[in-house]
Design a protein around this ligand. Structure first.
Ligand SMILES: Nc1ncnc2c1ncn2[C@@H]1O[C@H](COP(=O)(O)OP(=O)(O)OP(=O)(O)O)[C@@H](O)[C@H]1O
Length: 264
């Protein structure tokens, strides 16, 4: 089995973005950006405010239609797919601020991601047909297993709103993982967390990459998180890719240093 850092040559990239450009209300948010995320690797996207990180993320998730360029997931063209279609293509995401139903339990929140693999129609569920019941049981078992994997199974039956912010980020992660993604997009996972929570989550993401062989693209301002987990970092400045390499290489790249100093 190949090491996560050394993906097998015959696998297609988990994500391949080619010459992606995006115009937003007259603003050139992205200009001919190329990104490759190999299977089971973690790629960080950095850049000062307004660099285009969220825009790129939103193009991959289907929230913004690319003005030009191509986005492929394992070789399948997903350019201009809509957000609700993305789980079918193996793409799952988390949000900077977890979007949960605080009054529903942790398990119920996770299960809202589980409908993806369910083949029985709503009528089968309404009639409690055996196949639908079996599928429901399997999905609940898978959700509980993921909560165990993310070390919050003991909170499964609590209202999600009662969890710490870090706990809520784990609930979102479990929900994303329940869809069985090939590519996980993490939007500022570290924001709002304590240093300890950030480092704990960094370990979790590294484990997910190895255990589930999922590729990860993360938009992140927290350089500690970036340095701790990424195989590769891409820096954007004013919608243009200015640097690519290891976290250490990108952090000392003159264009990146200048952009951050200019933004300070
Ligand atoms: N809906 C929009 N309409 C017009 N311009 C937009 C819109 N969203 C973003 N922009 C512009 O696109 C450019 C890229 O913004 P984007 O939010 O992608 O940057 P970012 O790197 O994610 O910044 P931050 O770190 O502050 O979130 C900026 O110039 C921004 O002002």
């Amino acid at each position: 089995m190949p090491e996560p850092d050394a993906p097998s040559g015959d696998l297609r990239p988990s994500l391949e973005i080619t010459e992606l450009s995006l115009l937003l209300g007259g603003v050139r948010a992205l200009s001919d950006v190329n990104v490759v995320v190999e299977p089971a690797t973690i790629v960080g996207l950095v850049g000062p405010n307004g660099a285009g990180k969220t825009s790129l993320f939103n193009c991959v998730c289907g929230y913004y239609p690319a003005t030009s360029g191509r986005i492929r997931v394992e070789g399948v063209d997903v350019t201009r797919r809509r957000p609700h279609e993305m789980p079918r293509y193996g793409v799952a995401r988390t949000f900077q601020h977890p979007i949960l139903e605080p009054q529903y339990t942790v398990l119920e929140n996770v299960l809202t991601g589980g409908h993806i693999g369910i083949r029985s129609g709503p009528l089968s569920y309404a009639l409690r047909l055996p196949q639908a019941v079996r599928q429901e049981r399997r999905t609940i078992a898978a959700a509980r297993e993921l909560l165990g994997y993310l070390e919050i199974e003991h909170q499964a039956d609590l209202p999600a709103g009662e969890l710490s912010y870090g706990g809520q980020k784990r609930v979102e992660l479990a929900r994303a993982l329940l869809t069985g993604p090939k590519l996980l997009l993490l939007d500022e996972l570290a924001s709002g967390l304590t240093h300890e929570e950030v480092m704990d989550l960094a370990e979790v993401i590294k484990r997910i990459r190895v255990d589930h062989r999922i590729a990860v693209l993360l938009v992140e301002h927290h350089m500690g998180m970036i340095s701790a987990i990424t195989d590769k970092v891409i820096a954007l400045v004013e919608g243009v890719k200015v640097a690519e390499g290891t976290a250490a290489q990108v952090q000392r790249d003159p264009a990146v240093v200048e952009a951050y100093l200019g933004a300070a």
